[in-house]
Design a protein around this ligand. Structure first.
Ligand SMILES: Cc1ncc(COP(=O)(O)O)c(C=O)c1O
Length: 339
């Protein structure tokens, strides 16, 4: 199956811009840093989920869905974009959010409400449950699916972060865009740096590098929550699935690169390095990063650059995956205003 022939719906504005961050590169003494502005892809304030949702929503429509159900954290960017995409396609969207309902909806949750999610359900976080048991999120999703079916609806479930295959397809295409944009400047990517959460964005970049850069563009993932061994295993499995889907033979000799030392105390919890990265990019380039994903990923890039990980003239593409509404959650607003 050729990538271009896979069913998708059009949701975002593509190709997204690619800009060189000359001031930031100067400030770090190299490498040459470019930023792929997937935060500017339009719908619902944009972000990396749109490339994945173009495939997920096409699948939902092909299966006759009348509504979609998805899950995430209270400040989930993914959930916001699922509601926006569902609206565009005339589907209803139900959200199951892990965490307590705040008194005041801010950031992404405020947007979920403005976008008019058909239902928002808050369930306890899963940390107290073992892997074998169904956690509160899975239980609520099952209950909701059954209830919607009795009401005559056809629900389609989109996992948090989308299915790895949909992410892989979407981000392989992103690499093709970058290769094209750099080609016009007489350049080629040596390295991509990206935040790694559910892993499918990084999986797609690796697939794209192997399809469009002869595997010569390294893909560095910066974990925003989990340990690198868990992430590497998942990426490896997802690449196998993507190669199988495309009818190609998977490679076995690749190195999957993930750094997990920039997470701090946990998912979404601010770190001094994240704040430095967000403020440095804002003050050198006028570009705003988010505190949960791209801020930590940029903290990783800055630290690696300072440690001499990149050659001075290397072309490094940082993928801005969006997430700006997360900056306007009560917790992050308080953090950025603390001394
Ligand atoms: C803004 C933003 N950046 C990066 C990521 C991580 O992408 P992935 O889940 O594909 O690893 C997410 C996912 O939740 C996100 O919302």
């Amino acid at each position: 199956m050729q990538l271009g022939a896979i069913k998708r719906v059009s949701l975002g504005l593509f190709p997204t811009p690619l800009e060189e961050l000359k001031a930031l590169s100067r400030c770090l003494g190299g490498p040459r840093i470019f930023i792929k502005r997937d935060d500017l892809n339009g719908l619902g304030l944009g972000g990396n989920k749109l490339r994945k949702l173009e495939y997920a929503m096409a699948d939902a429509l092909a299966k006759g869905a009348s509504c979609v159900i998805t899950t995430g954290a209270v400040q989930s960017n993914h959930c916001r974009l699922v509601v926006a995409a569902a609206n565009k396609l005339g589907l209803k969207a139900y959200l199951v959010l892990a965490g307590e309902e705040p008194e005041l909806a801010t950031g992404n949750l405020l947007l979920d409400k403005i976008l008019g999610a058909a239902g928002i359900y808050f369930v306890p976080k899963a940390s107290a449950y073992t892997k074998e048991e169904k956690g509160p999120v899975e239980q609520k999703v099952e209950e909701l699916e059954a209830e919607l079916r009795t009401r005559g609806e056809t629900p389609y479930y989109i996992p948090n972060g989308c299915r790895p295959l949909h992410g892989a397809l979407g981000y392989a295409v992103c690499v093709r865009e970058v290769v094209d944009q750099l080609f016009r400047l007489g350049l080629a990517p040596d390295c991509f740096v990206v935040a790694c959460g559910s892993t499918s964005t990084q999986t797609g970049l690796i697939l794209g590098s192997e399809l469009y850069c002869q595997g010569r563009a390294k893909v560095v993932g910066i974990s925003i929550s989990r340990r690198k061994d868990q992430l590497i295993e998942k990426i490896d499995r997802s690449l196998g699935e993507a190669y199988g889907f495309l009818g190609l033979e998977d490679k076995t000799d690749r190195e999957i690169i993930v750094y997990d030392e920039y997470v701090g105390e946990g998912y979404g919890l601010p770190t001094p390095a994240m704040r430095e990265a967000v403020e440095l990019v804002a003050r050198t380039e006028g570009i705003v990063l988010d505190p949960v994903y791209t801020g930590k990923a940029m903290a990783g890039l800055i630290d690696l650059a300072r440690k001499g990980y990149f050659r001075k003239e290397e072309v490094v593409v940082f993928v801005h995956t969006g997430g700006i509404p997360g900056l306007f959650s009560s917790e992050q607003m308080a953090f950025f205003q603390s001394k």
